[in-house]
Design a protein around this ligand. Structure first.
Ligand code: IPM
Ligand code: MG
Length: 347
């Protein structure tokens, strides 16, 4: 079990440390952890956010546990050298096109949601976000127009095969859950979305047992706070998925609770909390490690087929939360290490 550990910037190292302790406590056969530098930390050491030696570790590993990247001291750098390029580069280089972001309210935490408890209690959804295309990876730049005005531009596009492969991930996920797939786009305005919708409908013929619906992204954002319980699986593009998953996290209660898996074809995957590097609280034992610990559970499930171990971790996290082990993000006062300890004790 070769697992690359890329802790990154800000709170990344703290939250990753707790997830690693959890993995080590399970007594996994042949567990091998290989650390690598990413983000601003890697740029300081090697002059690049995703240096070749890190990429080599990523290629050689069966799975990657990722902390967070982002460092405002790098804001002056050209885009290619910014910390975010580490995660974007890994997603692209490893072909990690399918991002799974489950959002479920933990028992006892209904009142921590930004929504009313009776609304929040019904949340149990999965966002399937396409991760290799869209406006994220299109041609982009800032250019000067003939009249001297500067213009920023980012090209949004999806090829039909890119949509088709994420559609299959969405349909299969729905088959394994409640059998309902909601495709989110902006087909009333964008041609990219029209193609997206056409392909979603085309692929639906192969999944007669899955009920397909469509929502425009603005309506989806509204429905997500109005009645989040209506959603089973949401499938959407890179940008809309980025935005909706942050929104879903606050419906659950905190961005510190949401884990994610980014899968290539096969079992290779990168696992990371959906949150960022939170430099304002870095190094202060304030960050919530639960999202990263839950990402380690997803790693065991999706890359190694160790469902029982994954479920054990998830149960330990749920129990720790139920027993009142909450960080500042959820109105509690427990620190990063104390939360990790609480999970380990229950494990
Ligand atoms: C995420 C993050 C990244 C994204 C950033 C750090 C590039 O927000 O994983 O959701 O936009 O995909
Ligand atoms: Mg995001």
């Amino acid at each position: 079990m070769k697992i690359a550990v890329f802790a990154g910037d800000g709170i990344g190292p703290e939250v990753t440390r707790e997830a690693v302790r959890v993995l080590e406590a399970l007594g996994l056969p042949g567990l091998e952890l290989i650390e690598g530098d990413v983000g601003g930390a890697a740029w300081r050491k090697h002059g690049h956010p995703l240096p070749p030696q890190t990429l080599a570790i990523a290629h050689a590993a069966d799975a990657i546990l990722f902390g967070a990247v982002g460092d405002f001291q790098c804001d002056h750098l050209e885009r290619a050298l910014r910390p975010e390029q580490a995660i974007l580069g890994l997603r692209k280089e490893l072909g990690l096109f399918a991002n799974l972001r489950p959002a479920k309210v933990f028992p006892g935490l209904e009142d921590r949601s930004a929504l009313r408890p009776e609304v929040a209690g019904s949340i149990d959804l999965l966002i399937v976000r396409e991760l290799n295309g869209d406006v994220y990876f299109g041609e982009k730049g800032i250019r000067t127009l003939p009249d001297g005005r500067r213009q920023g531009w980012d090209m949004m596009s999806y090829a039909e095969d890119e949509v088709r492969r994420i559609a299959h991930v969405g349909y299969k996920a729905a088959q394994g859950r409640g059998g309902r797939l909601c495709s989110v786009d902006k087909a009333n305005v964008l041609e990219t979305s029209q193609l997206w919708r056409d392909v979603m409908i085309e692929v639906s013929a192969e999944y007669p047992d899955v009920e397909l619906s469509h929502l425009y992204v603005d309506n989806a954002a509204m429905q997500l706070v109005k009645s989040p319980g209506q959603f089973d699986v949401i499938v959407t593009g890179n940008l809309f998925g980025d935005i909706l998953s942050d929104q879903a996290s606050m419906c659950v209660g905190s961005i510190g609770l949401l884990a994610s898996a980014s899968m290539a074809v096969g079992t290779k995957g990168l696992y990371e909390p959906i949150h960022g590097s939170a430099p304002d609280i870095a190094g202060q034992d304030k960050a919530n490690p639960m999202a990263t610990i839950l990402s380690a559970a997803m790693l065991l499930r999706h890359s190694f087929g160790r469902e029982a171990d994954a479920a054990r971790i998830e149960a330990a996290v749920a129990k720790a939360l139920e027993d009142g082990f909450l960080g500042g993000d959820l109105g509690g006062s427990h620190g990063t290490r104390a939360l990790g300890d609480a999970v380990l004790e229950r494990l």
